[in-house]
Design a protein around this ligand. Structure first.
Ligand code: ZN
Length: 404
């Protein structure tokens, strides 16, 4: 097997995806993203660290022996699939985003075939035969059941009727003939954040991840494993109610979420929250702002993060409210599960190191922890940005083999 780097494909990037670059946060504790994760996965041997510029010691070997099995992680998005490969020793063989079209708008059958193509594409790139794949991790946006059945009401990416109630995981498993392990994309990214940060001590810790995108996703990890819940709905952090007193400005309407709740975390800490709730109000306080002349409120909302990066006062009001909302959400999490780490990811922190440090600092400032908790808790950014979903899916597949 060999390790390879990839250029970005022609797939369009969803909102919030940033350009390649380092993920170190200018003083922000960023999880170690390129360590072997093997040590966190039980007694498996730790192999040499991968190299970003060159191959590994066994470069050139394409043998598909029983000792060189792999798992594949597939992150299914509205436009693209992202794929990665994790070898038997816990090393990722791919250090860049590997994308191909997801074709979810063409219906389940075409989309399943597109995932097979994504798998074959990434395997071909690292020189591994399909026969070496012991399990596949699949991540998709929700809502879906814990076992990967799309909601009977459909979902944002799966709105057409054939998707409603479709057993996506089962269909891919039947097509590939290997076990397919499902996680929603928020849980998958949370799992990756946890293992990337804690490495060989992953099983000794718990964490909460909040990922700010169009909505507010995330997940809860306990002892290195995803908390799924009875119906697969655990870790839906976006729809947890948070106190609004002291968060909203004078005269600011109570924010509403598309889920039907008012004053939940997503109603503030999401792109939808900016568009529907925060920006319309703050434009009344900054009527001469350039964003008031954008083509639409939706277009204006997408620009807020960049304005915040430039320390624009209106944008900092909005992003400050989002950070406060996340802090209040983490305060609730601290009382529920008292995690070792609080991770923040998504488009909102894909900005300059200075901005990320400011944002994470604000989140930390508004998270009310007890003295004992403060001594042990960590706040950090989720590394590897848009690769986190595929990598988390791969880790879940890897863990599933422990149970066999
Ligand atoms: Zn909600």
């Amino acid at each position: 097997m060999r390790q390879v780097s990839f250029q970005r494909s022609l797939c369009a990037y969803p909102l919030g995806m940033a350009k390649d670059g380092d993920t170190d946060g200018g003083g922000i504790p960023t999880p170690e993203s390129d360590q072997s994760l093997a040590g966190s996965l039980g007694s498996r041997p730790v192999s040499s660290r991968r190299s970003r510029s060159g191959g590994r010691e066994d470069e050139g070997s394409r043998a598909s022996t029983s000792s060189s099995w792999v798992v594949v992680g597939l992150d299914n998005g509205g436009t693209c699939n992202s794929a990665t490969v994790l070898d038997h020793s816990g090393q990722f063989l791919v250090d860049r985003l590997v994308e191909s079209p997801s074709h979810v708008q063409d219906g389940p059958h075409v989309a399943v075939e597109a995932l097979v193509e994504a798998l074959d594409h990434v395997l071909g790139a690292v020189g591994v035969a399909r026969e070496s794949v012991r399990a596949v991790g699949l991540g998709t946006p929700g809502p879906a059941s814990a076992d990967g059945v799309i909601s009977s009401k459909g979902a944002t990416n799966f709105s057409q009727t054939p998707w409603h109630g479709f057993d996506f995981r089962g269909a891919l498993e039947r097509r590939l003939g290997v076990p397919v392990i499902y996680n929603n994309d928020g849980n998958a990214a949370a799992l990756y954040a946890h293992h990337a940060h804690f490495g060989s001590e992953a099983a000794l810790h718990s964490s909460v991840s909040a990922i700010v995108g169009t909505g507010l996703g995330g997940g809860v990890i306990e002892a290195g494993r995803v908390i799924r819940g009875a119906a697969g709905m655990a870790g839906e952090l976006g729809h947890v109610h948070i106190p609004m007193q002291g968060l909203l400005a004078d005269g600011q309407p109570v924010p509403k979420c598309k889920c039907g709740f008012v004053a939940d975390a997503e109603s503030v800490a999401s792109l939808a929250g900016i568009e529907k709730n925060l920006l319309p109000y703050w434009l009344t306080r900054f009527p001469d702002h350039k964003l008031a002349r954008a083509g639409s409120i939706g277009e204006a909302a997408k620009l807020v993060r960049d304005y915040g990066d430039s320390e624009d006062p209106l944008a900092l009001e909005i992003l400050g409210q989002q950070a406060m909302a996340l802090g209040r959400l983490f305060t609730i999490a601290s009382n529920f599960i008292d995690p070792s780490a609080y991770f923040v990811g998504g488009g909102v922190v894909e900005a300059s190191p200075k901005f990320r440090e400011w944002f994470l600092g604000r989140v930390r400032e508004h998270t009310s922890l007890r003295e004992e908790q403060l001594k042990v808790a960590t706040f950090a950014l989720i590394p590897d940005r848009d690769m986190a979903g595929a990598r988390g899916a791969a880790l879940a597949a890897f863990h599933s083999l422990d149970a066999l």
